[in-house]
Write a protein that binds this ligand. Structure first.
Ligand code: SF4
Length: 644
């Protein structure tokens, strides 16, 4: 039986277990990344363990999310990351150098390797044939400390691309078509492997758009073959030596195959408030946005912005629209400047932002109240943009640029002769300037580096070992598809406190339930009740850490999103799934839950829960590996690492 790319990479990295779907395995990790939201956590773990040497080949901290604060909080965080990187042997990427995933593809991603990144869009580097998986900062830190990565062997879904995109139709439209077909749950428990003749027609940045949005499909990651296109990209990045060919065997077997004919695609948009609510751009032409954003780790390549500039050239941005553009990296920005493209953008009325996440996560350019935004980013959950009332449509750079001129959502093919866009390709050779990275070799005596911990960085909250008798009150009952943004929202006024846990915790569920913090503070121990796919969205581990900080011991849910479940375990919170989903309807906020003999019951994987005030008892499942169980019993990963 032939092997998929996924199976080839996993086999090469297997340390424990067998690659049978659903079975837990331990794999080695070659690279890691973290940034100025999630990397702080990883740095704090390194600080508490103080390793002599990291186990990974390449680890990088990027400053790309929290770059615009008007007070000193972000600078504190950046200084902390910089000095921790210098002391413990990581690369450090300065603010302005670019968005982590985008930069990682350019400068570090290698075919055949495994990367763990403290960010859900880590799959972006799958564009180069690397298994690149998002996780929480604590899990990433564990892999830097030689613990490898424990994962459930995924299924492999093959998205087979045939044909070639027509001008005006973009990689983003393929990603949206995949979401239309598979939905945000279609990839759960799976890795998406992109193959087929159509793949050969896509550049590495186009592949990155698709790999990036694999996480929106609910998948563990997405991966592309490493082929001639990959080789040419690495040559252009002066990294030819990093190339190896990596293709699936001709007779590779997949758990599911989805065919997409690129010839048939047309410009698509995702409607508010889910990436899988997909329509043709022509079907929503009556939508009139107030703002348009072209950027993010999904769509901020040179060719993305070049296409936008060709559409904008000779036109002015519509009077009712605020257009912002953020190039993905300093390298892209420099090419845009030297090739004269930036002048066309500025002349059209576009505002150029720094090379960072920015609007994608509500750091600046928050839409107005009840506003409508068109964005080339990857998520449109409520609150993601920094505004709870805004409606965000996701689209390609081509659709976004045409929309910015006409003032309503526009299929670019109705706006211009799209044949003019056919020659918008990536540079044959990129300008290489790594001066905005501080490299491990740049530091003469790493041991002497003092890690500078400013006022904005609090100690990590810790909890005791798992209690053998839990008695706790439900503090909130939630529906399906609760996102990590619902649990702890984005926006610069909130995220600037990400390293200051007592302050950051004040915003927990602040939009979903403004009374949550006041109520949970009155409880010593609490539980949270969720529906299906609880904790979907980002890898933001604070969505687990903050409830733990307030004393949450259990989350009951119909099902959990993978990364969030991992984070709950890392923070010593029991992720319990209803054995009978109807029991969800029988329990409410303010009910008291009692679990006896927790330690013994946990060993069986089935835990009985009593609700004395209702005379009710129901069964739950604790679906975790033996390793995760040890972590839970210790009270979380930090305790586990310290006690090891
Ligand atoms: Fe940054 Fe947005 Fe990409 Fe997250 S999804 S890494 S916030 S650009």
């Amino acid at each position: 039986m032939g092997l998929s790319i996924t199976n080839k990479i996993l086999t090469n990295h297997l340390l424990e277990g067998n690659l049978n779907p659903g079975e837990q395995v331990l794999v080695s990790v070659d690279q890691t990344l973290g940034h100025d939201l999630t990397g702080i956590m990883a740095a704090q773990v390194l600080e508490s363990v103080k390793p002599e040497k990291l186990s990974t080949e390449t680890s990088v901290f990027y400053c790309d999310h929290n770059t615009l604060a008007v007070s000193s909080e972000n600078a504190d965080d950046h200084m902390y990351l910089k000095t921790a990187a210098e002391k413990y042997g990581l690369f450090f990427s300065k603010p302005g150098n670019g968005i982590c995933h985008f930069l990682h593809c350019q400068r570090f991603a290698k075919p055949g390797k495994i990367m763990l990144g403290a960010d859900s869009h880590t799959p972006t580097s799958g564009a180069l044939g690397m298994l690149s998986i998002g996780s929480g900062g604590l899990t990433v830190a564990k892999s830097m400390l030689g613990e490898g990565f424990r994962m459930t062997t995924p299924k492999v879904i093959n998205i087979r691309l045939t044909g070639k995109l027509n001008p005006g139709v973009a990689a983003k439209d393929i990603a949206l078509e995949a979401l239309r077909i598979l939905t945000v749950k279609g990839g759960i428990g799976a890795i998406i492997e992109y193959t087929g003749e159509g793949v050969k027609t896509l550049s590495v940045p186009e592949r990155a758009t698709l790999a990036n949005m694999s996480i929106e499909l609910g998948a563990t990651t997405g991966v592309f073959p490493s082929d001639e296109v990959t080789y040419q990209f690495l040559v252009a990045e002066e990294r030819a030596a990093d190339w190896v060919e990596l293709l699936p065997d001709e007779d590779a077997v997949y758990d599911k195959v989805v065919e997409i004919d690129l010839n048939e695609l047309e410009p698509l948009v995702a409607r508010p408030h889910m990436p899988d609510l997909v329509s043709k751009a022509r079907e929503v032409e009556d939508v009139k946005p107030n703002s348009v954003f072209i950027g993010s780790c999904t769509n901020a390549s040179y060719s993305d912005i070049l296409k936008a500039s060709k559409i904008l050239k000779g036109h002015k941005v519509h009077k009712d629209i605020d257009l912002t553009i953020a190039p993905g990296s300093k390298q892209v920005l420099e090419h845009l400047i030297r090739d004269g493209i930036l002048a066309d953008l500025v002349e059209s009325g576009a505002r150029i932002l720094e090379c960072a996440c920015g609007p994608c996560i509500g750091i600046g350019q928050v839409p107005c109240a009840n506003g409508i935004a068109v964005r080339t980013s990857n998520r449109n959950f409520p609150g993601r943009s920094g505004s709870q009332s805004a409606s965000v449509y996701l689209a390609s750079p081509e659709t976004a640029a045409a929309t910015a001129i006409t003032g309503h959502i526009t299929d670019v093919r109705d706006f211009m002769d799209v044949a003019e866009l056919s020659d918008c390709s990536e540079p044959e050779a990129y300008r290489i300037d790594d001066s905005s990275f501080i490299k491990p070799g740049d530091i003469e005596n790493p041991k002497d580096v003092e890690v500078i911990k400013g006022e904005n960085i609090s100690d990590l909250p810790m909890r005791g070992a798992l209690r053998d008798r839990i008695e706790a009150v439900s503090v909130i009952k939630l529906g399906d598809n609760i996102t990590t943004d619902d649990i702890i929202p984005g926006g610069s006024n909130i995220l600037k406190y990400i390293a200051n846990i007592p302050k950051f915790a004040e915003f927990t569920f602040c939009y979903t339930d403004p009374t949550f913090v006041e109520r949970i503070k009155k409880l010593d121990y609490s539980v949270i009740i969720g529906g299906e796919n609880y904790g979907q969205g980002s890898s933001r581990e604070h969505a687990a850490m903050l409830p733990m900080f307030f004393g949450t011991e259990v989350v009951f849910a119909k099902s959990f999103a993978r990364i969030h479940k991992e984070n709950l375990i890392n923070y010593g919170i029991l992720p319990l799934v209803f054995k009978n989903k109807d029991d969800y309807d029988k329990i409410d906020m303010d009910d008291t839950f009692v679990i006896e003999d927790v330690l013994e019951q946990a060993d069986t994987g089935e835990i009985a829960v009593k609700v004395p005030n209702k005379g009710l008892e129901f069964k739950t499942l604790l679906e975790v590996s033996a390793y995760d169980l040890r972590v839970l019993k210790e009270g979380g990963a930090l305790n586990y690492l310290k006690n090891k």
